[in-house]
Design a binder for this molecule. Structure first.
Ligand code: ADP
Ligand code: MG
Length: 476
């Protein structure tokens, strides 16, 4: 069977077994014209077993699409056959005859130099009351096997107006692909041939229905989750672009204001009111510059100065500063991996990320607690990447900042990276936005686990520079 999901007639390929359940002539014409034409264009031999329609009617489908039908007929790339020649004996349905016809045709097709066999049959057995349900099931089961074994594409046509619902249900269960009207569907009501061995269909049907019910529910849930995550990361992306763009232009203005204010300051003698005003302008401009710098970081527009770094030494260098931030009430625990892989990063930016997270942790523990800063080498598996759009498998250096503080609600976790989102009275709401932008700009991501009252853990992943790539890049 096809490795890709089948969604259009063009997706049908050699080895597929499909059924076509139609109700109207326009549906029949649309699907059959495309099905036959596509086979001819792909260099396959198309065998059409005509029953309800005449070969002439089918050929006319193609003629009105400007296909040179007669050339294909002359070449015997398009062949019409009758039920009498293939699947009936007398007026009785003869499945084994049909199966051996298909096997022979498939072999001959290859010998004749065609790419493969594309067969389709119109059927009217039930109208003639000549096939039992058991016979049809057995037949379709065998067709599944033959299609795969002989690499043939088989399309069984059923006019929904002329079959009993019980029969159509059997047909539905025996074809991996179903064309409903003109919609091509991968069939999740399909029951694998092995399940049909004892012909005890109700049990197999029941089992398949329940399995599909559950797996569809899982799929829908997973889809909803990933749409939600996508929406969220797109929102941050859009806000980041806007903030980064505005900040970029704004920075030039702020620089000009600062420059002029400095000049202005010199114009006035000391103690002059004018000089004080100029200093006010200067100090406001400096605040604006800090804000702009943070927005640039969030918008990933900071200019990075990356070099090969040992994250342990960054943590080590900041240790005294961290102690000062955490104070006496908080126990600071540093767990540093001895042989930590190198990262390529901008040192002051990473320091900024660490400080922002540590300050948040401190603020989340007003009554004290424990703050853990940890470095590790980790291999991320693809299963672990679910839930974080930026995550990907590979080797990473992980920086964990964990606290035993107040924790966050789900709503807060959803919004924490948004600029100016804060739950604090005098918060800026920029600490995590800056961390988010910096880490993304470094090709990493931040995962978070938090629960109200149970603390918070931020895990920052940065791509590890592996020893062998180090030696090759050094030898260059
Ligand atoms: P600010 O600290 O100025 O509020 P941040 O961007 O640093 O802005 O953080 C945004 C929000 O995320 C905080 O207001 C807080 O609600 C939440 N938060 C961040 N870190 C933690 C933490 N370690 N524990 C609990 N809540 C946190
Ligand atoms: Mg903060």
């Amino acid at each position: 069977m096809n490795p890709h999901p089948v969604r259009t007639i063009g997706d049908l390929g050699l080895g597929d077994h499909a059924t076509f359940l139609y109700q109207s002539e326009p549906e029949h014409r649309s699907v059959i014209a495309r099905f036959v034409r596509q086979g001819l264009e792909r260099g396959e031999k198309v065998v059409y077993i005509a029953d309800a329609h005449t070969p002439e009617a089918i050929a006319n489908y193609l003629r009105s699409d400007r296909v040179d039908v007669d050339a294909y007929l002359d070449r015997r790339q398009l062949v019409f056959m009758t039920p009498e020649e293939t699947y009936t004996r007398g007026d009785v349905f003869d499945p084994s005859r049909m199966l051996s016809t298909i096997e022979c045709e498939a072999e001959r097709t290859l010998a004749e130099g065609f790419a493969g066999l594309r067969g389709t049959a119109e059927t009217a057995w039930v109208g003639r009351q000549t096939a039992s349900s058991k016979q049809v099931l057995e037949y379709e089961r065998a067709l599944n096997e033959i299609a795969e074994k002989d690499h043939a594409l088989m399309l069984c046509q059923y006019d929904r107006n002329s079959f009993r619902p019980e029969f159509l249900l059997d047909i539905l269960h025996t074809h991996p692909i179903v064309i409903v009207g003109t919609e091509v569907c991968e069939n999740f009501y399909y029951i694998a041939p092995a399940e049909l061995k004892d012909h005890y269909l109700p049990a197999a049907r029941f089992r398949v229905c329940l399995e599909n019910l559950l797996s569809r529910k899982r799929m829908e849930e997973a889809l909803l989750r990933s749409m939600e995550q996508l929406r969220h990361s797109q929102k941050l992306e859009a806000v980041g672009k806007l903030a980064g763009g505005v900040a970029h232009d704004f920075r030039n203005l702020v620089t000009a204001i600062m420059h002029s204010a400095e000049l202005l300051e010199q114009e006035f003698p000391e103690d002059d009111e004018g000089r004080k005003d100029a200093q006010e302008i200067l100090s406001a401009a400096k605040k604006a510059e800090r804000l702009v710098t943070q927005l640039l970081a969030f918008g990933m527009r900071q200019e990075l100065k990356p070099r090969l770094l040992d994250l342990n030494s960054i943590v080590g260098n900041l240790e005294n500063m961290l102690k000062r931030v955490t104070g006496d009430k908080v126990e600071l625990v540093l767990l540093l991996e001895p042989e930590l892989a190198t990262v390529k990063a901008d040192q002051s930016q990473l320091e900024q990320v660490l400080m922002n997270m540590v300050v948040n942790a401190r603020e989340a523990m007003p009554e004290g607690g424990r703050l853990t800063v940890r470095t590790e080498n980790v291999t991320v598996e693809s299963a672990e990447c679910k839930g974080i759009p930026e995550a990907r498998p590979g080797r990473f250096v992980r920086l964990t900042v964990a606290d035993t503080g107040v924790g966050m609600s789900k709503d807060t976790v959803e919004q924490m990276f948004e600029p100016f989102f804060t739950t604090k009275e005098s918060g800026t709401g920029l600490g995590l936005s800056v961390a988010y932008g910096i880490i993304r700009q470094h090709g990493g991501w931040i995962a978070v686990e938090s629960e109200p009252g149970r603390g918070t853990r931020f895990q920052t992943y940065l791509p590890a520079i592996l020893a062998h790539s180090l030696s090759t890049s050094r030898s260059r």
